[in-house]
Design a protein around this ligand. Structure first.
Ligand code: MG
Ligand code: MG
Length: 264
């Protein structure tokens, strides 16, 4: 069942997602070689709670194992999604996808950004650039009258033209009072298929793209999803609303990109 949001509900979703954007910008400030993903998690949890919100991921149930133990998913290099923060220092040349969720005044924010740790290879920079581009190409399709398949196709066609892998087992989703609502928003599909997009539809679009094969496997921790070939993966996610006919991005990379500009 798809819940289309009212103007007031979109405002609340925007607030939650702006907080997630600010949290990721705080993370951006400290990502560097030697920092651990647990340090990123501690910072994010404090920031979210200091702003009157709750980290949605913490305690998130897992049908295959124990609840998620942290506030961020931190997925390093060959980890695609759902990496658990730990005490291993990040190294020069690593990438880390930081997925953040926060519940504020009953509404969910959800956004992810893949960060470079120090200087990374040109090959990986290109993967990150194309994955992020595919997210914006998908958002361009999120207008009234288009269909979910148009969003899906935009991601898939953009990434596959460079030979990258599109992970199919995990998808974007509706978002609102629940972090995961209908409809599902796959990163692969055919133009002109699926549910038609309407004003008030709020969805998270989140391409998960691999440098090599898109085949994945679940680790023993029952959370971390890794590429089978061990090659790196990128993950960028925005929460958007279809508002007055077109897409409004409710989350934000602006704070992150400001930090990136200062570092370069
Ligand atoms: Mg997310
Ligand atoms: Mg999501």
């Amino acid at each position: 069942m798809i819940y289309l949001k009212t103007e007031d509900e979109i405002n609340l979703l925007r607030n939650a997602n702006q907080l997630v954007g600010q949290t990721l910008a705080e993370v951006a400030k400290i990502v560097k070689p030697g920092v651990t993903t647990r340090m990123l998690d501690t910072l994010a949890e404090q920031f979210i709670r200091d702003h009157g919100a709750v980290p949605t991921f913490k305690g998130f149930p897992n049908p295959y194992g124990s609840p998620f133990p942290a506030s961020l998913c931190t997925s390093v290099n060959g980890v695609v999604v759902h990496g658990i923060p730990n005490d291993e220092p990040l190294k020069e040349g690593d990438i880390v996808s930081v997925d953040c969720g926060a519940l504020l005044e009953g509404f969910n924010g959800d956004s992810c950004y893949t960060f470079c740790v120090g200087e990374v290879s040109e090959e990986i920079k290109h993967l990150l650039r194309v994955t992020k581009e595919s997210l914006y190409k998908a958002i361009d399709q999120a207008i009234v009258g288009r269909r979910i398949g148009d969003i899906s196709y935009a991601v898939q066609s953009h990434c596959e033209q460079y030979g990258y892998g599109v992970v199919k087992e995990f998808v974007g989703h509706g978002i609102g009072r629940e972090m995961h609502e209908d409809p599902q928003v796959p990163n692969y599909g055919r133009q002109g298929t699926g549910k038609q997009l309407k004003n008030g539809l709020c969805i998270a679009i989140e391409p998960m793209i691999t440098l090599g094969s898109p085949e994945i496997q679940l680790m023993e921790d029952r959370w971390s999803v890794i590429t089978r070939d061990g090659k790196p993966a990128a993950h960028f996610e925005h929460t958007i609303a279809i508002h007055r006919g077109k897409a409004e991005i409710l989350s934000s990379f602006e704070g992150i990109e400001e930090v990136e500009r200062q570092n370069n």
